[in-house]
Design a protein around this ligand. Sequence first.
Ligand code: SAJ
Length: 445
Amino acid sequence: MDSQKKICVLGLGYIGLPTASILASAGHKVVGVDTNLEVVKVLQNHGLHIHEPGLRELVGKVTSSGDLSFSSTPQLADTFILAVPTPMGRNKSADLQYVKSATRSILPYLREGNMVILESTVPPGTVKRVVLPILSESGLDVGIDIFVAHSPERVLPGRILVELVENNRIVGGIDEESTRRAHDLYASFVEGKILCTDCTTAEMVKLIENTFRDINIAYANELAKICESIGINVWEAIKLANYHPRVNVHKPGPGVGGHCIAIDPWFIVEVAPELAKLISLGRLTNDLMPTHVVKTVNTIVRPESKIAVLGLAFKGDVDDVRESPAICIVDKLEKQGYEVEVYDPYVKVFRGREIDDLQGAVENSDLVLVLTDHSDFKEVDVQSIADLVNTRRVFDTKNCLDREVWESARFIYYLLGDGKSRFSEFPVEQEAAIAIEVEVSPGES
Ligand code: SAJ
């Protein structure tokens, strides 16, 4: 291909590795760089340190064709793409240490005519305030000798390879020439629209998207609690509301996890704390959901009971446990004296401890607590679980199980946000007592 580039992708995580692989399959010569020697070694030995559908096959293809290789240090290239983590630091502000060190690491390799693209999610203004001053240390004239842009990744874990190609892409350069060059690079593999702007707007767009989702989920979570208290099933109510052509309320759940939605809104708060009121409240609302789940568990089983937690990952069909509300819930339950056994088909080790299989986790349990909507959970053999548990109770915080199947195996089914089937929210003995009370209550005839 005429426009073939030598590209150095820094950071081989959930974004960097898929991006490097797709660029390689689009005809570029790519070197994937990571400072974690273990990760580089695994990849060089044809292994994979992350789970993402289709990634193993793609990485295998482009490494054996020689279009993608791995290294622990950068190399000379036409384009440098920085896809490093931006964790939340102290005071909920962005920790930019990896952005800074990755930028610094390319200085010896920068040459006139190179392009540097930051893909990591950052607070608005980071390219100008943090990246450009470091790049200037190279002695090259930024904007004349080298070109710089921000192009936020916006792909959904579990669909990364599809979305990298099909999604629309935002590209914002520090000047028109940088924007144009970044546009042309992404045009080599993006099938969606490539939308051009300035770099600070591009930074903000990414945060706006994830914050929109966070606030929407916070609304759903608040509605769930309200519906529980007034005898409505929130899932039914939201489903009906969403028939309106201009309404799209998201789903309630045990909280918001992952490295993006649970963090990015704070990057807006960081730059305008006095103004970002709704954004902070949405975040806090979602952060309180694990406490709500634990409080509900307290109404179902006593602290010395055994709880089988199904799902540790922050969302269905991924192996990522970063910021997972499930971890927070497990911690809280253990602190209260519950015996907690975890099962997750995608997570093999948790805190140095090997995770049990499904049978081991549910054996002798008093409550099956579902915290992640893995597809596997929809297909489990409910009858075999019924035979293993001590008490047949299941609490579905994701509305991902087939209620009828569990109830026909004689489980009491509790659903987060469901105030309509209130009676099933009490243990069997209490349920029977309430039923009698209702029968004899005056004025009912
Ligand atoms: N969640 C709910 N209710 C919902 C949707 C999600 O409780 O209705 C929870 C999930 O269970 C999970 C969390 O929110 O714990 C986040 O999951 P997600 O699927 O909404 O998002 P992520 O973090 O996997 O990916 C998001 C995506 N952003 C948007 O959809 C606007 C993705 O496109 C971004 O690329 C990614 O963040 C990122 O890297 O920033």
